[in-house]
Design a protein around this ligand. Structure first.
Ligand code: NOJ
Length: 568
């Protein structure tokens, strides 16, 4: 389920010619890996990436203009958060037409061009499929609310109140207040897990399922390589709509604390995922899940008992490791590695405070950004980067309630400042508005754009950006980093996380000092078949990297990274 990790305690025919239909699942190597297992994904918040028409809001042509940059960075697929027609109540997560592009972002023609140019660049396009709800302005909902007997009435969840003025049950919207809104014209309440402008679809109605599955087919035919599925946890509610258990205390909106027991993570979700996967498999596509899991058991369920649900459920538990703690990361990596599916590592997105601030200590943030990059980009699995992470973009939270654009920030201010801070414009250069737009951007650029921007960082060999580029180039070419197993080393070291990535006779050795003090570390790798290992540096930010040759005890500077190829 969607959850903030915050200040609070918390998309046919002509297009086929442009982008030929993807072939069904095709292995890219002898081990049977699929394309998405070797791909680096990159999330783009389209409002904030690049503004081609200078109206202060980013757009699809802006994204297309940056494909050279993305390819040179090492990105293989971009996930674009919703760019469909929308009243923008939740900045696109309230879709009023699943089969078009919002004029703010361009046209279907622009989209087809993006797919075609992406293809030339080797960058696939992943769209964001908002499966749980539509906008209240979607034609389905407009018909649904028009009368109790309308054709689409049962496409949403309508109920009588318990009594006049009393909603059907105690369920709360995760964005504050009751999850029920009264419609005076038909005298019933409709259910919305998110805003009132985002009514929940009734997935128990087979017509909903058919229509939504067809949406995916429509976009696959247009050349889309997969979907990120929004809010899958919330697809179903128990049919009798019984009250959820109330817990002591109040949440950040002043509502009673509650366990969303009867309206999230119901087993029926998995039937839908299996169905969507079947369609995806016919198109060689990948399904990425927004899966807020509490433990590995829950994550495992999203892969499906027969690996027939989501190929890539996101592991958000990784983002919840609160400090730079090797034991905590080790534990989480081992858990995900053991889940039986392909791990998916994410350190930031448009709903959570940027990693630069979450793990940064205010003094060594640039170095910490490199440490975190070295970690999640060398693990077994596919990483999903968030735009700007590669240049050390920071959160720029609103300073006053009047500045807030995200409605949850307006409702929850000041405890909940909303998500504007992590959605600010991409910092391209030192010019006005960080080169994002010639017009005033929809969200302000933080002052850090003067030092943390693409143009300047490309020129600096020690920049975060060049560190990301080196890491990504390495993981695209090294067989051990692409396909190797993960073997934890020195598991009781509280300061230095180290591991082998091992594939056949190849091994890559990763050592990351997460502490603020120098650490000398020794390794006995005989159990791993390397009694007298030789190491050749692949990437290091140590001031004096050890010479290539016999592996000796390493003197790791504070917050440093050493990555080497091992041989016997
Ligand atoms: C999760 C999305 O990431 C978030 O931005 C959105 O507000 C909710 N789902 C509702 O669609």
């Amino acid at each position: 389920m969607f959850k903030r990790i915050v200040n609070s305690a918390l998309l046919i025919l002509s297009a086929c010619a442009l982008a030929p239909r993807a072939t069904a699942q095709q292995a890219i190597d002898a081990e049977g890996h699929q394309w998405w297992q070797h791909a680096v994904f990159y999330e783009i918040y389209p409002r904030s990436f690049a503004d081609s028409n200078n109206d202060g809001v980013g757009d699809l042509n802006g994204i297309t203009s940056k494909l050279d940059y993305l390819k040179a960075l090492g990105v293989d697929a971009i996930w674009i958060t919703p760019c469909f027609p929308s009243p923008q109540v939740d900045f696109g997560y309230d879709v009023s037409n699943y089969e078009d592009i919002d004029p703010t972002y361009g046209t279907l023609k622009d989209f087809d061009r993006l797919v075609a140019e992406g293809k030339k660049h080797g960058v696939r396009i992943i769209l964001d499929f908002v499966v749980n709800h539509t906008s209240d302005k979607h034609a389905w909902f407009l018909d649904s609310k028009s009368s109790r007997t309308s054709a689409h009435r049962d496409w949403y969840i309508w109920r009588d109140g318990k009594a006049p003025g009393v909603p059907p049950n105690n369920w709360l919207s995760t964005f504050g207040g009751s999850a029920w809104t009264f419609d005076s014209a038909t005298g019933q309440y409709y259910y919305h897990f998110f805003y009132a402008g985002q009514p929940d679809l009734n997935w128990r109605n087979p017509a909903v399922k058919d229509a939504m599955f067809d949406v995916t087919r429509w976009w696959y035919k247009r050349g889309v390589a997969g979907f990120r599925l929004d809010a899958v946890d919330t697809l179903f509610e128990v049919p009798d709509l019984r009250d959820n258990p109330v817990l002591p205390g109040k949440n950040r909106y002043g509502d009673p604390n509650m366990t969303d027991l009867y309206n999230t993570k119901l087993p029926e979700v998995h039937d839908v995922l299996r169905g969507l996967r079947k369609v995806a498999d016919e198109h060689g596509a990948v399904l990425i899940g927004e899966t807020w899991t509490r433990n590995i058991g829950e994550l495992k369920e999203y892969y499906g008992e027969h690996s027939n649900e989501l190929q890539m459920p996101m592991d958000f538990m990784f983002t919840q490791v609160k400090t730079l703690s090797p034991p905590d990361f080790r534990k989480q990596i081992a858990a995900v590695d053991s889940a039986g599916g392909w791990p998916v590592f994410v350190i930031s997105n448009h709903d959570i405070i940027r990693s630069y601030n979450r793990w940064g200590d205010g003094v060594h943030n640039d170095q910490i950004a490199k440490v975190m990059a070295a970690l999640y980009l060398t693990l077994r699995g596919s990483p999903i980067m968030y735009y700007g992470e590669e240049i050390g973009m920071e959160n720029n939270d609103p300073k006053s309630r009047d500045d807030v654009k995200d409605p949850i920030g307006r409702l929850g201010w000041p405890v909940e400042k909303g998500r504007d801070g992590e959605r600010t414009p991409m910092q391209w250069n030192e010019s006005a508005n960080a080169g994002f737009s010639m017009a005033t951007p929809w969200l302000p650029v933080p002052p850090s754009y003067k030092t943390h921007n693409v143009a300047d960082e490309l020129k600096d060999p020690n920049s975060i950006l060049n560190f990301y580029k080196r890491l990504l180039a390495m993981r695209h070419t090294d067989p051990a980093l692409l396909d190797g197993s993960y073997i934890a080393l020195n598991e009781s070291d509280p300061n230095v996380i180290s591991y082998l990535r091992r594939y056949k006779d190849e091994a890559v050795f990763v050592v990351i000092n997460m502490s603020l003090s120098p650490q000398t570390v020794s390794f006995d790798l005989s159990a791993q078949g390397y009694p007298s290992p030789k190491a050749a540096t692949l990437l290091s930010d140590l001031k004096s990297a050890p010479p290539d040759g016999a592996l000796k005890p390493l003197v790791m500077e504070p917050l440093s990274v050493y990555i080497a190829k091992l041989s016997k």
